[in-house]
Design a protein around this ligand. Sequence first.
Ligand SMILES: NC(=O)c1ccc[n+]([C@@H]2O[C@H](COP(=O)([O-])OP(=O)(O)OC[C@H]3O[C@@H](n4cnc5c(N)ncnc54)[C@H](OP(=O)(O)O)[C@@H]3O)[C@@H](O)[C@H]2O)c1
Length: 238
Amino acid sequence: MESLKGKNVVLIGASGGIGEKTAKLLASSGANLCITGRDMLKLKAVAETANIPLTQVFEMDLADELSVKNSFSLIQLQMPVIDILVNAAGVGIIKPMETLSAEEFRLSLNTNLVGVFYLMQSVLPGMKEQKKGLIINIPGVLGKVPMAGAAAYSASKFGLVGMMQSIREEIKRTEIRITNLFLGGVDSPFWDHIDLRVQRDKMVMAEEAAKAIWFLCQQPRSGVVSEMVLQPFNHQAI
Ligand SMILES: NC(=O)c1ccc[n+]([C@@H]2O[C@H](COP(=O)([O-])OP(=O)(O)OC[C@H]3O[C@@H](n4cnc5c(N)ncnc54)[C@H](OP(=O)(O)O)[C@@H]3O)[C@@H](O)[C@H]2O)c1
C-alpha cells in the first residue's frame, strides 16, 4: 500500500455522512488535506475534529461552475500539486416519474455529473502535467444497475461512469488513476429526505464506506483499482 503521509488530497463533500468520516481517516493517516462543501459551519466542525487547518477549508458549490473554479484557484495556492481528488459530494433524489420535477432532474445532473465535469477541468491539467494522480468518485450501485424511482439519480451516476471511462481513455498514457466506488446503501444523512421504506440498520456503515475510500487512496502504485463494489448483505444488486 502507498503511504498517505504528506500526500496532497482534496476532499469534496467533507460535510457529508461518508465525507466527514473520510476526512478524519485521511487526516489521521498524515495526508495534507483540503476539504470542501457548501456549509462552512459543518466544514469547520469537521476540520476541528480532524485537525485540519482552517486555511484548508473551502466553500464550494459543485453545481456552480464559478464557485468550483474560484475554490480551486484558492486550493491551488495552498496545494500547487494535487495527488488525490476524492469526490464524496452528491445529491440523492429518488422519486417516481409522476412526482419528479424537471428542476429536481436538473439539480441531480448539475450536482452529480456536471459538477464533476467542473472538478475534472480543475484538476486534470495539473495531474496531466505531473503525469500522475488519483481521482475517486462514488457513482454507487445505482450508477451500474437501475432501480425504480431512480431516473434522475441513475441518469446522473450512469453519466458520471461514462464520462470517467471516456476520460480514462484520454489519459491512458499517464499514470493518472481513475477509481469508481460502487457503494450500495450506506447509512448516512443521504437517506434523511428520501421517501422510501429502507432498513438503515442493515446498510453499510458510513465509517466502513470511508475505510474503503481510505484503502483506495493507498492503492498500490504499480496498478489501479478501477472499480470497487461494497454493498449491504441483504441488498446485493451487483
Ligand atoms: N449513502 C448512500 O447510500 C450512497 C450510496 C451510493 C453512493 N453514494 C454517493 O456517495 C456520495 C456521498 O454520499 P453521502 O451518503 O455521504 O451523502 P450525504 O450525507 O447526503 O452527503 C452529501 C454531501 O454532498 C454535498 N453536496 C450536495 N450537494 C452539493 C453541492 N451542490 N455542492 C457541494 N457539495 C454538495 C453535501 O454538502 P452540504 O453539507 O453542503 O449539503 C454533503 O457533503 C454521494 O455522491 C452519493 O451519491 C451514497
